[in-house]
Design a protein around this ligand. Structure first.
Ligand code: SF4
Length: 320
């Protein structure tokens, strides 16, 4: 495996998704994909902001409410009970803890007025509109903008799932890079090994970051690292399209051009086209390219994280 990690990666999640009975009705929302599949590679750290601010179980459900001063989170039948300040204060505290733990991702519970990331209901009087973000999730994403975040519901989408897990692994490799005496030379190496991953998401950003890491004469190396990882993680947020993957596959195939005979070249070209038109998933041309990599070793290609961005056991590329 070329994912660059041998230990479980710390990832935070809403406690109810791990099966903890912390919901308002004393229930949970255990998500077995997290605990049984992703849990093989991620070490989950649970957070329940509503329990943390002392709401207890069972409790009155809370909801987001539009007010003249912005969005607040209040009791659904006791609108005078405003939990916004307590929730934001806990978010600040939790963000510090997340950094101490070195988490490389956060999986939030969808729809929650505390933990939901997208389209959480905001009440305008009695009318709910799906336009908000949970107060706790808002605080975490504002304070830690580079940590990959996703909702458990969206992880059912194969493209979003692949994208999230890929970003968690990139984030983890970055934390390891920082922890292990980073130097300008090692930053160039980090960038080079992520070339095809970045190319699949955003070619202009790949080129711009290449120029950035080449400016190794800069005295402000820590600042350069900050700018680099910020641009990289933002570029990776937009999932790679089939067309962009096809472009990368053709780049890699180009490295074997001289070694392959005309039949092999034809077969590889056909498989890449089959992927491009949706006839086969990404794993199919990747598997053939890995076969050629074994037959015609290339250190440059073998060191690309694009070849194995995450563990094969997750089978993420079998569905995209
Ligand atoms: S969604 Fe968040 S606040 Fe609600 S029970 Fe789950 S962890 Fe707690």
């Amino acid at each position: 495996m070329n994912t660059g990690t041998e230990t479980k990666i710390p990832v935070a999640t809403s406690g109810c998704l791990l099966g903890e009975e912390v919901r308002y009705d004393s229930g949970h929302k255990h998500d077995r994909y997290l605990t049984q599949t992703l849990g093989q590679f991620f070490e989950f750290h649970s957070f329940c902001p509503e329990m943390a601010i002392g709401l207890g179980t069972p409790r009155e459900p809370i909801r987001l409410v539009a007010t003249p001063d912005g969005i607040s989170v209040r009791g659904s039948s006791t609108p005078d009970a405003d939990h916004t300040a307590a929730m934001r204060a806990y978010g600040e505290q939790a963000a510090i803890r997340l950094e101490e733990l070195g988490v490389c991702g956060y999986i939030f519970k969808k729809g929650s007025p505390s933990c939901g990331l997208f389209r959480v209901k905001v009440y305008h009087g009695d009318i709910p509109r799906p336009e908000g973000r949970g107060i706790f999730a808002d605080e975490i994403t504002r304070r830690l903008p580079l940590i990959p975040c996703e909702e458990e519901g969206r992880l059912c989408d194969p493209v979003l799932r692949d994208n999230f897990v890929e970003r968690v692994f990139v984030c983890h490799r970055w934390r390891r890079f920082l922890a292990d005496s980073p130097t300008p030379g090692r930053l160039v190496e980090f960038h080079t090994r992520h070339k095809f991953i970045l190319l699949a998401h955003d070619e202009p950003v790949y080129r711009r970051l290449g120029r950035m890491v080449a400016s190794t004469g800069r005295a402000d190396f820590p600042q350069l690292c900050q700018e680099y990882i910020s641009d990289l993680m933002i570029a990776l947020q937009r999932p790679a399209t089939r067309k962009q993957h096809t472009n990368v596959l053709e780049h890699i195939a180009g490295h074997f051009k001289a070694a392959l005979d005309s039949e092999d070249k034809l077969e590889l070209g056909e498989l890449i086209r089959a992927y491009n038109t949706g006839l086969v998933p990404l794993i199919v041309p990747i598997t053939l390219l890995k076969h050629y990599l074994r037959r015609f070793p290339s250190e440059y290609i073998a060191r690309q994280y694009y070849i194995d961005p995450h563990p094969a056991e997750l089978m993420l590329r079998n569905r995209i």
